[in-house]
Design a protein around this ligand. Structure first.
Ligand code: MRU
Length: 335
């Protein structure tokens, strides 16, 4: 990898500050569980697997000053309320709390080791998903992607962008179209930055260009990530994903979700049960520091939408590609 998005060194957690890219490559340093909560809430770090990995270190920090059990639990809850949609956050916190439950002690060093385990697992998982996903990428494919699902959204490689990386490095002569992804521009600021850094042939488009490209037969494959997948395959991902999936269905374009098993919420039957985060009105009224709408205008700013399972061709996980019927096949790969 040409950069590290997350790194733990000498009791400090370094996060490549995603609010500042692509202009500045600066690290935000977390030293406490409160720093971690802030970093997730304010999107210093974002993307479901990255949030999970960072939250795990946050839980370790929460144990650093020998808190009482009640204090520790309230800190875990504090980290869990930082963002509501990506299930990897809750998965990681629960896994860290299970370590405490099992060993019957709130031990910083033990929790740190476990956070490192989650970190390393994410790298291996993404590598595996990239290899599996590459099997469905044809030579010379033109791939459309949305939001940022790369090494910034994970510990390394990425999910959908991990498959794209693998396809590029295996010499498939691919071309990528990246949606800019309003309102926070994860596509323009982050995916474009990763694509340029890797030298992957690519073109940045405004979100509203995708329909024209799809209609004109310019897209062979759509690859996106996920923040939470319900048992029936309904998938919450960055706002705008649903719109792409509907277009893909109309024009018969393969539409794949790339996500680790940790993004599947086995407790939720259907997408309508997934909590969708709503973010501040200023994300829409402003672009960077410039105001582009009257301050008085009402804004609706959901950060995610749910793609219904019938619009999804397959879900690429580290355990293989899941095809419909999703519920049956998701349950098959669970263990
Ligand atoms: O609001 P964000 O930037 O955290 O949203 C991120 C996404 O929607 C990604 O597509 C998703 O987390 C998958 S990342 C590998």
């Amino acid at each position: 990898m040409k950069f590290k998005s997350i790194e733990f060194k000498n009791d400090e957690l370094f996060l490549l500050d995603q609010r500042l890219l692509p202009e500045n490559e600066e690290y935000y340093v977390c030293r406490t569980y409160m720093d971690v909560e802030y970093a997730i809430r304010e999107m210093v770090v974002r993307g479901a697997p990255a949030i999970g990995s960072v939250a795990a270190y946050g839980i370790a920090f929460a144990a650093a000053d020998n808190p009482t059990e009640d204090e520790f639990i309230s800190r875990c809850n504090f980290i869990m309320q930082s963002r509501p949609t990506a299930v990897n956050l809750f998965w990681a916190v629960k896994r860290m709390m299970d370590v405490v439950e099992l060993s019957k002690q709130i031990d910083y060093s033990e929790l740190l080791l476990h956070a490192k385990l989650i970190y390393d697992e994410d790298i291996a998982t993404n590598k595996r998903m990239a290899e599996i996903g590459n099997e469905i990428v044809k030579e010379n494919a033109t791939i459309l992607t949305h939001c940022n699902t790369g090494a910034l959204a994970t510990v390394a490689y990425g999910t959908a962008l991990g498959v794209i990386r693998e396809a590029h490095y295996s010499g498939k002569n691919i071309h990528v179209y990246a949606d800019e992804t309003r309102p926070r521009l994860q596509g323009a600021r982050l995916t474009a930055w990763e694509l340029v850094k890797e030298g992957i042939p690519s073109t940045l488009i405004a979100d509203n260009v995708a329909a024209t490209l799809i209609r004109d037969n310019k897209i062979d494959l759509i690859l996106v990530g996920a923040d939470r997948i319900a048992l029936n395959g309904d998938t919450a991902n960055k706002i705008g994903t649903f719109m792409l999936s509907a277009l893909a269905k109309v024009y018969n374009i393969p539409f794949y979700i790339v996500a680790p098993m940790t993004t599947i919420d086995f407790d939720i039957e259907k997408g309508e049960k997934i909590e969708i985060e709503e973010r501040s009105a200023d994300e829409v009224r402003m672009v960077g520091n410039s105001r582009v709408a009257p301050l008085e205008i009402n804004v609706f700013n959901p950060a995610f939408d749910v793609t219904p399972n019938e619009n999804i061709t397959g879900i690429i996980t580290e355990k293989g590609i899941v095809y419909p019927p999703f519920k049956e096949n998701i349950l098959k790969i669970k263990e």
